[in-house]
Design a protein around this ligand. Structure first.
Ligand code: 5GP
Ligand code: ZN
Length: 134
């Protein structure tokens, strides 16, 4: 299924260019357009799903497998670590509504900070657990 207004679907079908890092039958990894950090990469399913809430399990598995493959490739190139991030929903900061995982390869602990610093003042864990357990 293709979403006609989706920029990532256009990248998948070749209507828009991208710097492809890896591609297989089900997934595509390409450089994020932002140039914010060296190697910032997006991994997407070739089929349109809005985010993790919608994505079927098969494609989700393929996306995480490709994410691991690209992360290992970056490690082999000399990066020490990666942050892997996903925003599902606009309140979480999602701006392109075609599922994607960000890979941010890191050369060292200080080159940038992809992890927010929290105040650690949420309610106690037992109270959270009582509200959240499945
Ligand atoms: P989100 O905010 O949804 O988690 O991330 C969307 C990402 O897509 C952003 O980091 C943004 O820079 C990237 N992006 C948006 N439009 C394009 C595009 O046309 N090409 C590429 N390569 N990346 C894009
Ligand atoms: Zn799409």
């Amino acid at each position: 299924m293709k979403d006609n207004d989706c920029i990532f679907c256009k990248i998948v079908n070749g209507e828009c260019p991208s710097y492809k890092i890896f591609e297989n039958e089900y997934t595509l990894a390409f450089l994020d357009i932002s140039k914010d950090t060296f190697g910032h990469t997006l991994v997407i399913p070739k089929k349109h799903f809005e985010n993790v809430f919608e994505c079927d399990d098969f494609y989700l598995q393929e996306v995480i497998k490709t994410t691991k493959l690209v992360a290992n490739h970056y490690k082999n190139l000399g990066f020490k670590a990666v942050n892997i991030l996903n925003a599902s929903g606009k309140e979480a900061g999602q701006s392109v509504f075609h599922l994607h995982f960000h890979i941010l390869p890191k050369m060292d602990a200080t080159d940038f900070d992809a992890w927010p610093k929290f105040k650690n003042d949420a309610e106690d864990l037992e109270s959270q657990w009582n509200k959240l357990k499945m």
